[in-house]
Design a protein around this ligand. Structure first.
Ligand code: KIV
Ligand code: ZN
Length: 524
């Protein structure tokens, strides 16, 4: 099948929900995955890799539901080089209007040794599995994992087999982040010039960031002829992560003079999705990260601030509004009214109905009473937490902690559990530990704490802390989040938020639905 792709158009393939979610600790809930997929679709992502359907029941369901809900994007699922994986993948993606199967196998000498296949045996396996995928779906992507460390002749041979078997996209993964820009461009250019049938398929680039070169390598691959970039929001991904969507898209936009390719991404949606992915994955964005870091548009030094006031172009190569940040960084405070809050939230991408605004306004006033200046990031944190307190079975009524150099640290906690007030005093190794012990004493459970993360939302000692807590019980994984100017209170609320979600999950999903037992070895 010849694919018609406009010559200078680069397709954006987002794998936040597959490769990104694979990074240890970044597990998202079902609803969070659906929400992120909706945002990706909305911002113009061409292909969403929604998950690895055979990896778990939870992955299968997430990919199926994302496929059903997709509006414009192609929905893709990952499958190893075996028929069962590919069938399972098809069963999940087939609900999409535009489904894609992505199947892969490690082709480098190191990776061939894992399933212990000879070059010929692996070549046969590729022919068989790509043919099978193509019989199910007319949009098939094939990847030789660890392509950048695969022998040149063998790489050409297996790509030719995959194309002949019906692959429509050939992805060239730099699985271990080993290549460099010159080599990345050269590899794609030579493959396109050498492999028979290359002109009928789209070549894709998939770069990991182990040497900090993923974005540069992806752009170099495009210069070499690739027309699909695989990437994730905030560069989320295993080890040092993947190419960051926001970086390649903005680089192509800002330096169009020397990189004359374009994407279909609405860049004004970048900041919102970046913040959302940071929240749900529990991986905060580093302050100085390009494009989406908190400091990416901050100008501290006097000379820079003066230069900015005279002409923003002195120190900015793009406008904050290009990525969805408001130009006017209007700081809110306790005198700000409801109309100002509505306008500000709308600027930040939140359109609220009257009832929602009423609720948020109460929380905003509480915050403004404790904090002199309420910044954009404070408001985003306020919007993202405590989503549906009305339906929560567990509620914190009051918390008082004793902490300091002289132990024991203690927590006096009053909670309402199913409408009944209960209280306890517990000690622990520090105020947070004492508080978590108190919650557990009032609501005994078997869930294990997998992650506890604190992140200051803004500067200053009165900054809000956002706390993320992830817990696992019988293979069900839940995350809880909260924000407060008091770190211990934020921690308690995040913990209780996670427990409330766990109570819902116990009713709605089977044990083990979030755990994966998968190995790349299993190709047969
Ligand atoms: O990095 C990699 O090689 C991958 C493949 C599964 C495409 O993620
Ligand atoms: Zn990868």
């Amino acid at each position: 099948m010849t694919q018609i792709v406009e010559k200078d158009r680069v397709l954006i393939f987002d794998t936040t929900l597959r490769d990104g979610e694979q990074s240890p600790g970044a597990t998202m809930t079902h609803d969070e995955k659906l929400e992120i997929a909706g945002l990706l679709d909305d911002m113009g992502v061409d292909i969403i890799e929604a998950g690895f359907p055979i990896a778990s029941e939870g992955d299968f369901k997430a990919v199926s539901d994302i496929a059903r809900n997709a509006r414009n994007s192609v929905i893709c699922g990952l499958a190893r080089a075996n028929l069962a994986d590919i069938d399972r993948c098809w069963d999940a993606v087939k609900h999409a209007e535009r489904p894609r199967i992505h199947t892969f196998i490690g082709t480098s000498p190191l990776h061939r040794a894992i399933p212990n296949l000879t070059q010929d045996e692996m070549a046969d396996r590729i022919h068989e599995t790509v043919t099978h995928a193509r019989n199910l779906c007319d949009n098939v992507q094939w990847s030789p994992m660890d392509a950048t460390r695969t022998e040149w002749d063998y790489l050409c041979r297996v790509i030719e087999i995959a194309i002949k078997a019906g692959a429509t996209t050939i992805n060239i993964p730099d699985t271990v982040g080993y290549t460099a820009p010159v080599e990345s461009a050269d590899l794609i250019r030579r493959l396109i010039a050498t492999v028979p049938g290359a002109e009928d398929v789209v070549f894709a680039t998939h770069c990991h960031n182990d040497l900090g070169m993923a974005t540069a390598n992806s752009l170099a691959a495009v210069a070499g002829g690739a027309r699909q970039i695989e990437c994730t929001i905030n560069g989320l991904g295993e080890r040092a992560g993947n190419t960051a969507l926001e970086e390649v898209v903005m680089a192509l936009k800002v330096r169009h003079d020397i990189m004359p390719w374009h994407t279909g991404i609405d860049t004004r949606k970048i900041m919102n999705i970046s913040r959302r992915v940071a929240t749900v994955s529990g991986f905060p964005v580093q302050f100085n990260k390009a494009i989406v870091g908190k400091n990416a548009f901050a100008h501290e030094s006097g000379i820079h601030q003066d230069g900015m006031l005279k002409n923003p172009e002195n120190f900015e190569i793009m406008r904050p509004s290009d990525v969805g940040l408001s130009d006017t960084n209007l700081v809110m405070g306790k005198h700000s009214g409801r109309a100002a809050l509505r306008a500000k939230l709308s600027d930040l991408g939140f359109e609220l109905g009257d009832n929602q605004l009423k609720d948020v306004f109460v929380r905003f006033k509480e915050l403004a009473d404790r904090k002199k200046e309420v910044y954009d990031d404070d408001l985003v944190a306020l919007m993202r937490v405590g989503e549906d307190p009305e339906n929560d079975r567990l509620k914190i009524k009051s918390l008082h902690v004793v902490c300091g150099t002289k132990g024991p640290q203690k927590a006096d906690l009053v909670m309402e559990i199913d409408g009944v007030e209960q209280s306890t005093t517990q000690s622990g190794d520090g105020p947070v530990d004492a508080t978590f012990n108190a919650v557990k004493a009032l609501f005994p459970h078997r869930a294990k704490l997998q992650l506890y993360q604190v992140h200051a939302v803004t500067e200053g000692t009165d900054a809000q802390a956002t706390v993320s807590v992830r817990m696992e019980e019988d293979g069900r994984i839940v995350t809880g989040q909260s924000a407060d100017t008091d770190t211990v209170v934020a921690s308690a609320k995040a913990y209780v938020n996670a427990l409330n979600r766990l109570i819902v999950r116990r009713e709605k999903s089977a044990p083990g639905s979030d755990t994966r037992e998968i190995s790349y070895k299993d190709v047969s």
